[in-house]
Design a protein around this ligand. Structure first.
Ligand code: UDP
Length: 331
């Protein structure tokens, strides 16, 4: 028999892929999403979508009172690093308080399993690559700090209330569901792969490469791109892992690709050039961020199906070329 799960932010990019994975395996899902960033069309019609603001404690408590959930998976958050440095207090206030409102409502309703969408931004400028779970947490953005505060709040909820949580620190989520039904549609879009694809398609301006003087083989930044379907699979495995207590996992492919390698991949897959210019570094960008997901692999048996960059870019290209306006629900 399937379980029943609450997914906050389930109409967003990673959240909607997790909702699909849960529904595909026969679970019942309720989504909370205020649809400021999320898309109605990203949620299967069979899934109940409750469009409320998480800051409204009473309404959040009402959702928990109406269903008995086996676990909550919490994605809804502000997630733009640059914006967080223009408005740090908003990020800290919103991300911390909304997350803890959800955790509090979960505890009070007797739902004691919580999966947190966390981030590699916790690690700031790491001392060692690949980054495993023992690395120092030292965020260099208010966004990273806000997620760290949530993780700490969840630790206390475990100690005092027995709320078991899995904090999943994603590296660079990328790609789209292989069915072609859902994919990445952010506004504003700041991520490299959709911007490079949009430049190749001519639906976005030429790409600016942020920095070519990094201490990397081709001078551009190296990141660990993990396919969103593999990320979704990690969430399902984390739910099972929670039976053994709280946990933290870094999630990436363990292989880094440079900005230039990503552009080359987009050119290979699309058969089109990626118009671009070379620009200065973006503030706060470390040269290399690559995850060690050894702990996730050992403890849950996870391994990525879409580890190769071309496989990731191929699914992203399929989504964007079939949906040049994304979900098409913006004015
Ligand atoms: N990047 C770039 N041009 C862009 C957007 C991103 O050169 O228009 C680079 C960025 O500096 C980083 C990598 O691409 O090295 C991935 O950036 P993204 O914003 O996708 O993810 P982040 O690593 O910041 O979470």
């Amino acid at each position: 028999m399937g379980g029943r799960y609450l997914v906050t932010g389930g109409a967003g990019y990673v959240g909607s892929h997790v909702v699909k994975a849960l529904v595909d395996r026969g679970d019942e899902v309720v989504v909370i999403d205020d649809l400021r960033q999320g898309h109605r069309a990203a949620v299967p019609p069979s899934v109940e979508l409750v469009s409320i603001n998480l800051a409204d404690r009473r309404q959040v408590a009402d959702v928990f009172a109406g269903w008995k959930f086996d676990a909550v998976l919490h994605f809804a958050a502000l997630s733009l690093v640059g914006e967080s440095m223009r408005d740090p207090l908003r990020y800290c206030i919103d991300n911390l308080s909304n997350s803890l409102i959800v955790a509090d409502a979960a505890v009070k309703s007797g739902c004691l399993r919580f999966v947190l969408s966390s981030t590699a931004a916790l690690f700031g400028f790491p001392k060692r690559i690949p980054i495993d779970e023992t690395a120092d947490v030292a965020p260099v953005s208010a966004y990273g700090e806000s997620k760290l505060m949530v993780e700490r709040g969840l630790d206390w909820a475990d100690q005092v209330h027995g709320l078991r949580s899995a904090s999943l620190r994603y590296f660079n989520a990328a790609g789209a569901d292989p069915s072609g039904q859902i994919g990445e549609d952010h506004d504003p879009e700041t991520h490299l792969i959709p911007l490079a694809i949009g430049a190749a398609m001519g639906t976005r301006p030429p790409l600016t490469v942020f920095g070519t003087d990094y201490p990397t083989p081709d001078g551009t930044c190296i990141r660990d791109y993990v396919h969103v379907t593999d990320l979704a699979d990690a969430h399902l495995r984390a739910l099972t892992r929670l039976d053994r207590g709280s946990c933290r996992f870094n999630i990436g492919n363990g292989t880094g690709y440079s900005v230039k390698q990503v552009m080359d991949s987009v050119e290979r897959i699309s058969g089109k050039p990626v118009p671009h210019s070379l620009g200065p570094r973006r503030a706060g960008d470390p040269a290399v961020l690559v995850a060690s997901s050894a702990r996730l692999r050992e403890e849950t048996g996870w391994s990525p199906r879409f580890g190769a960059l071309d496989d990731i870019v191929r699914t992203a290209w399929a989504w964007h070329s079939a949906h040049p306006k994304g979900f098409g629900d913006r004015g």
